[in-house]
Write a protein that binds this ligand. Structure first.
Ligand code: PMP
Length: 282
């Protein structure tokens, strides 16, 4: 498979794609991004991803091209690389200035970068993961899909040291999300997930899982969930574009469903796979 990336109008080998040291993305992480799954050459839920890109751009005051142009870019990226399945990474920054300045010294042209890489998860074998609770040390605009991910990376590192797969973040005991995923909880047949406020990223997979659960006539609530409630949960799972729906076997010392995928999670995984097949066939 060819591996070409897109940078500001050019198609290049990743090793030849260079960004200025004065790019505001490099100096300030002054940018936004999207990660879009591709199945059987079709981007999955592309419109939802592009609408979120637009919301992120609006929130940071970045003027971006019409969404149709990113739609074409994603299609071309898949074609150029002859990709069947993979993850598209699309990043926009405020662009390169003449020198480092907190505020741009002149009007800048945004930097646009896109690449596609293979998945590293097997969907056919949902592997239950272990997560560790941690205080959410990030900023208060987690609703923006910003490239400023230092807090997320520090939390992932801390998690690795505890031999856990992902943090379960909380602010003073109120659960927010993971460093790169959202969480769902099953309690007495009800599906609970923290509300999409400024403390979490409104995941596209999260939105889709809520939709699927409603189609299955499940009782879904976007409601605050607290660390103190964890003992009472029957099942827990996480969602993201790169991991779809992944069962959580253990949070700290609490084991859920004997460390196996629970029935509600399994039902949603199945519904997710079916919806993927339908959307691919459309
Ligand atoms: N929260 C955070 C902090 C994330 O980084 C991600 C993954 N990008 C998600 C949630 C899940 O979002 P999505 O389902 O759109 O991949």
């Amino acid at each position: 498979m060819a591996n070409l990336v897109y940078l500001n109008g050019d198609w290049l080998a990743a090793s030849s794609a260079k960004v200025s040291v004065n790019d505001r993305g490099f100096l300030f992480a002054d940018g936004i991004y999207e990660v879009i799954p591709v199945y059987q050459r079709r981007p999955f839920l592309l419109n939802l991803h592009l609408e979120r890109l637009q919301r992120s751009a609006q929130a940071i005051g970045l003027a971006i091209a019409p969404l149709a142009s990113y739609q074409s870019l994603v299609t071309e990226l898949i074609d150029v690389n002859d990709s069947v399945d993979g993850l598209v990474y699309l990043q926009l920054t405020f662009g390169a200035d003449s020198h480092r300045n907190h505020l741009p010294s002149q009007p800048l042209t945004p930097t646009c970068y896109a690449s596609i890489s293979p998945f590293n998860v097997r969907w056919d074998i949902p592997t239950p993961v272990k997560v560790a609770t941690m205080e959410d040390i990030r900023w208060l605009r987690c609703d923006i899909k910003s490239t400023s991910l230092l807090g997320n990376v520090m939390l992932k590192r801390a998690c690795q040291q505890q031999h856990a797969d992902e943090p379960l973040l909380h602010r003073n005991g109120r659960i927010t999300e993971g460093a790169s995923c959202n969480y769902f909880f099953v309690k007495q047949g009800r599906l609970l997930t923290p509300p999409a406020d400024h403390l979490i990223l409104a995941g596209i997979t999260r939105t889709w899982v809520i939709e699927l659960a409603q189609q299955l006539a499940m009782d879904v609530s976007e409601t605050p969930v607290f660390l103190d409630d964890l003992m009472t949960m029957d099942e827990v799972f996480l969602t993201s574009s790169s991991r779809e729906i992944q069962p959580v076997a253990q949070i700290d010392d609490i084991i859920f469903h004997q460390g196996q995928c629970g029935p509600v999670t399994a039902q949603l995984i199945q519904a997710f796979h079916t919806s993927k097949r339908h959307l691919i066939q459309e």
